[in-house]
Design a protein around this ligand. Structure first.
Ligand SMILES: Nc1ncnc2c1ncn2[C@@H]1O[C@H](COP(=O)(O)OP(=O)(O)OP(=O)(O)O)[C@@H](O)[C@H]1O
Ligand SMILES: [Mg+2]
Length: 265
């Protein structure tokens, strides 16, 4: 079970868009068993999968703050292979979480109950480096920092890297991988090409090669509560996200990917 966290303290960079579409590609296209977890009280991950946050009886914040919960009670099946722990606005639970004992490692502890039941856990985080995001990083094998092509793209990244390093020191997570992913790229814009170079220099060899281009169909898919591969398989956004999922799988499961490429020939 590999746990991947989408993070950036900057708002609106595409964390949720990547969480939704990467989860969908891994589960629906590659047949992996995927659990999405929304740690953002805005509840956008659930909304993008058609879940109404007002109807939720079990949320990720309840899971973190409950005493001895059974994680399975909090999981909803969206599709076969694609499961979700959703979230909703709950200031009282956020305060309770902030005040909890061992507050940063609650999610890691809860996820131990699911060992072996999923291939990938994909966690969406809020645009802030507070307790929810700390929980995601403590539980993570890999953090993907989603960077948008706009002004201040690099703003706050050094801080984010420092925070991740602090958490990985405190919890002895020497092997946590931090990678950059460029989103909303528009080839025709000089600014975007400049940002691409700056972000690639910042992440060096840990930059993900696939770039997610700006594509209005991605925003439309989110409004229709669908992943892009279900909403419009021929959209550029579908192509980008399938490419991203293949790039990541060829790193996570190189043998398996080689075997399926041979089978396809
Ligand atoms: N590649 C893209 N092309 C076009 N629109 C995009 C793309 N990526 C994201 N968007 C749109 O940009 C907006 C912000 O994206 P998203 O909600 O995924 O960002 P976020 O980082 O999760 O935001 P927050 O920090 O508020 O949680 C959404 O309306 C989304 O549909
Ligand atoms: Mg979001």
């Amino acid at each position: 079970m590999k746990t991947i966290v989408l993070a950036n303290a900057k708002g609106g960079t595409g964390k949720t868009t990547v969480a939704v579409n990467l989860s969908a590609c891994l589960a629906l296209h590659h047949g992996k068993r995927v659990l999405g977890i929304d740690l953002d009280p805005q509840g956008n991950l659930g909304i993008s999968f058609g879940v109404d946050p007002r109807q939720l009886t079990h949320t990720s914040y309840q899971l973190l703050t409950a005493e001895n919960p059974d994680v399975r009670d909090y999981i909803a099946e969206i599709k076969p292979n694609l499961h979700l722990i959703a979230n909703a606005i709950a200031p009282d639970l956020e305060n309770r979480l902030e005040a909890s004992h061992n507050r940063d490692s609650l999610l890691r502890l809860r996820l131990r109950q699911l060992k072996g039941q999923y291939d990938y856990v994909i966690i969406d985080t809020p645009p802030a480096m507070r307790t929810a995001t700390m929980n995601a990083i403590v539980a993570a094998d890999e953090v993907i920092v989603v960077v948008d092509c706009g002004f201040y793209a690099l703003y706050g990244l050094t801080d984010l890297m420092r925070q991740i390093a602090r958490v990985s020191d405190a919890y002895e997570k020497d092997d946590i991988v931090i990678r950059g992913l460029l989103n909303m790229f528009n080839r025709g814009q000089n600014l975007d090409r400049d940002v691409k170079k700056e972000v690639s220099d910042f992440f060096g060899g840990l930059m993900i090669q696939t770039i997610i281009h700006k594509n209005v169909r991605l925003a439309e898919a989110a409004s229709a509560s669908k992943s892009i591969i279900e909403f419009d398989a021929s959209a550029p956004g579908s192509f980008d996200f399938l490419k991203l999922s293949k790039e990541l799988l060829s790193e996570y499961e190189p043998e398996e990917q080689k075997r399926s490429a041979t089978r396809a020939k």
